[in-house]
Design a protein around this ligand. Structure first.
Ligand SMILES: [Zn+2]
Length: 307
């Protein structure tokens, strides 16, 4: 039986942020991204901040009808708070995330189940708060990111899909929340060593992304990862409606690389939203089978007994 390689393409929609403030570009970018994916028989995951979803509710409702996943993206500054969610305690996080959720419901007419926190600025309270607000999956980690100045530290976090841990953001746990980390190459460091090279379309060119994808596939085959996947991201601040746009060309090349590399590894490439990924993971790894199993590794204390 041919194993599957799930392929998720995520776009964070935040064109109304003060630093961008170009909703017309955001609309063209989101629509262009969707069209580009649809031309390749793929579906996208759109994480949208409250002001973007209020500006373009018609577009995001239409994208959902077309099969794409639309979830919540959170940048607290957009809502009048500080820039980074990860500095807040549980009550303030619930207030910020709850407000973003309510505004999503008002614009979309349905409750979101997928969420992505901006900068992946989270702390050990965040997953519990997300669960209490009804979220079931999301993208809230870039494994290996060490950006304390953004309250975004994910050193040693799991590289692939996993159930979140209620009290520790870098551990696998047994919460009914499937974390879908951004695909990274943990050995290639950028930004003075603070961030791994990840599959963010705009970070590097398609040639560099080719090696990250190839390495991620091999790692998951070697590790017998139960649900193999490639998870890419971008932002709706690049004009994906324009076929000559460099980011659009990088996106198309990444899609092509993923398809070719899947074939070369005898894997069937399957389009997946974050909801599809979480469903596949829940099927392959029943939550009941997960045991918290952290124990002191005592192997280095052992001595060979000689008589
Ligand atoms: Zn963002």
């Amino acid at each position: 039986m041919t194993d599957s390689l799930y392929f998720m393409l995520q776009i964070d929609c935040e064109s109304t942020q003060a630093s961008v403030n170009d909703p017309a570009l955001g609309r063209r970018a989101s629509e262009g991204f969707a069209r580009c994916l649809e031309a390749n028989r793929l579906l996208g995951t759109f994480y949208v901040i409250p002001t973007d979803i209020e500006a373009h509710a018609d577009l995001y409702r239409d994208l959902r009808r077309r099969g794409h996943e639309v979830g919540v993206h959170v940048h607290p500054a957009v809502q009048g708070y500080g820039e980074f969610l990860g500095i807040y305690g549980p009550d303030e996080q619930r207030e910020i995330l709850g407000e973003a959720t309510d505004r999503f419901v008002a614009a979309m007419g349905c409750h979101p189940t997928s969420v992505c926190v901006g900068y992946v600025s989270t702390n050990d309270h965040t997953y519990g708060v997300l669960e209490s607000l009804g979220y079931r999956q999301g993208t809230n980690s870039i494994p290996g990111r060490v950006l304390p100045q953004c309250a975004a530290v994910h050193a040693g976090a799991p590289l692939e899909l996993h159930y979140a841990h209620r009290h520790n953001r870098v551990l696998e746990g047994n919460m009914d929340f499937v974390e879908s980390p951004v695909t990274v190459d943990p050995d290639s460091r950028m930004w003075g060593g603070a961030n791994p090279q990840d599959l963010r379309i705009e970070l590097v060119d398609a040639k560099n992304h080719y090696y990250t994808i190839r390495k991620a596939i091999q790692r998951q085959l070697d590790g017998r990862t139960p649900v193999k996947s490639i998870r890419s991201l971008t932002h709706n601040t690049f004009d994906y409606s324009e076929s000559t746009n460099f980011r659009r060309q990088t996106l198309e090349a990444v899609i092509d690389h993923a398809r070719r590399l899947a074939h070369e590894h005898q894997l069937e490439l399957k389009s997946a939203t974050v909801v599809d990924l979480a469903s596949a993971y829940r099927r392959a790894v029943p939550l009941e089978s997960r045991r918290e199993n952290l124990a002191l590794d005592r192997r280095a204390y052992e001595r060979t007994q000689t008589s």
